[in-house]
Write a protein that binds this ligand. Structure first.
Ligand code: PLP
Length: 428
């Protein structure tokens, strides 16, 4: 496979864009080498500037659950664009998208649309602090909520250790008000709450984390977190930016039957355009301006293009059998992959929830961040390049999810399995 034009563009890009990219993981640092540049996408496939074609399991990091350039989504955006791209005045489409979201997320009585998952997460914790009058935020190690100052904090050495910023530029006061605990560790959550029951505003987590690879909740973990936070007047925030409309139509909260106070959404609800949302019980949401005192605003929030793409995407997803068929294909792919892995004897632990999943190059179960980072990232990198050479694009990092779309048919699954069989054989 030839990547000459991509290499040239990458050199040019590096002169004007930091690291040649506009979001760090795109630089392929975790797998070595340099990124390819995309010319176009269609259905399950992307074509790069050198004419190479790949089956895409990254799908713009999750949003494109209908595949690239789905005709209905393209048409919806074109129709909306003809009427004007932004007004900063209310439009009916905002109500339609909100109603659609609410239908699938009954825990959301009211919501606010924003322009990214980061913005939604940032606003949600401000709201939680404003509503409870408390300052501390508890986050789960390895969960990602965008590049929000208070949430770019990893675990310290102990569970009550105050957070250490993982990025320079974050004031230590911010990091200090964020406490971190491991995923799937209820005892850690209980100890933390008992140490400061009246100071914790909220727990924020990805109910099914997808940003340390995909990790599944142990039975009752989410239910117990719900009970614990409720008992102490702590708001439970589910960041379903990735899992919303992916783990199930109604996200992880539907699949596991847990009702959070606030839900954060993004990715799929924008159908490939920039969007985010946060919503929850009405009394909490009514703390937001213009009804309440907690301020949050946005020039392009709920803009006609993003809402049109979101409505079109969700409309197709909710037609009978559509989501189920995407999930079924993911299940088939993962079942077959597990069979291939077993034959090679390479230690790989697979996880799948709905239409997202992960192959950890890890010996034994991955239950939390500590387990995830034990994965053999060098071997993953080698696997990644072999798959790319065979025309299959996986996430350029071990700690990302694999996504399925409506356009991945049996043919693409078959090709992916053939490529995997060969790649695993070469690795062992
Ligand atoms: C992608 C993601 C975000 C950030 O969303 P952006 O739109 O990239 O700001 C937040 N939380 C989760 C769980 C995500 O997967």
């Amino acid at each position: 496979m030839n990547f000459q034009k991509s290499e040239e563009l990458y050199k040019r890009a590096n002169k004007v864009l930091v690291g040649g990219v506009n979001s760090p993981v795109r630089a392929f640092k975790a797998v070595g080498g340099y990124p390819f540049f995309v010319a176009s996408g269609n259905g399950a496939y992307i074509t790069d500037v050198d004419g190479n074609r790949f089956i895409d399991y990254v799908l713009s990091w999750g949003p494109l659950i209908l595949g690239h350039a789905h005709p209905d989504v393209v048409a919806a955006i074109q129709e909306a664009l003809k009427r004007g791209s932004s007004f900063g005045i209310p439009t009916e489409a905002e109500i339609l998208l909100a109603e659609k979201i609410r239908r699938h997320f009954p825990s959301i009585e009211k919501l606010r649309l924003v322009n990214s998952g980061t913005e939604a997460a940032m606003s949600a914790i401000r709201l939680a602090r404003g509503y409870t009058g408390r300052n501390l935020v508890v986050k789960i190690e390895g969960c990602y909520h965008g590049h929000v100052d208070a949430l770019l904090v990893k675990a310290g050495s102990g569970l009550t250790t105050f957070g250490v910023p993982t990025s320079p530029g974050i004031p230590t006061e911010h990091a200090r008000s964020t406490l971190t605990i491991p995923y799937n560790d209820l005892a850690a959550a209980q100890m933390l709450v008992e140490s400061a029951p009246k100071d914790i505003a909220c727990f924020i987590l990805e109910p099914v984390p997808g940003n340390m690879g995909v990790v599944l909740p142990q039975p009752n973990y989410l239910q117990e977190l719900r009970a614990l936070t409720e008992k102490h007047g702590i708001l439970l925030i589910f960041d379903e930016v990735m899992s919303g409309f992916r783990v199930s139509l109604g996200g992880a909260q539907q699949r596991y039957g847990v009702v959070p106070d606030i839900t954060i959404l993004g990715k799929v609800i924008g159908g490939g355009l920039p969007v985010g949302a946060y919503g929850g019980r009405a009394p909490i949401m009514d703390m937001l301006a213009p009804v309440g005192p907690v301020y949050q605003a946005g020039t392009l929030s709920g803009n006609p293009l993003a809402t049109a793409a979101g409505i079109a995407t969700i409309s197709i997803l909710e037609s009978p059998g559509v989501f189920e068929s995407i999930e079924a294909r993911m299940t088939t792919l993962f079942r077959e992959l597990e069979g291939i892995v077993r034959k090679t004897g390479i230690p790989v632990y697979t996880t799948q929830s709905g239409t997202m999943g992960c192959m950890f190059f890890h010996d034994g179960p991955v239950r939390n961040y500590t387990d995830a980072v034990e994965s053999d990232t060098a071997r993953y990198a080698s696997f990644f390049w072999k798959m790319l050479e065979a025309g299959v694009y996986l996430a350029p990092s071990q700690f990302e999810a694999m996504f399925m779309s409506l356009c991945h048919t049996e043919l693409e699954i078959e090709k992916t399995l053939e490529a995997s069989e060969k790649a695993f054989a070469e690795l062992s």
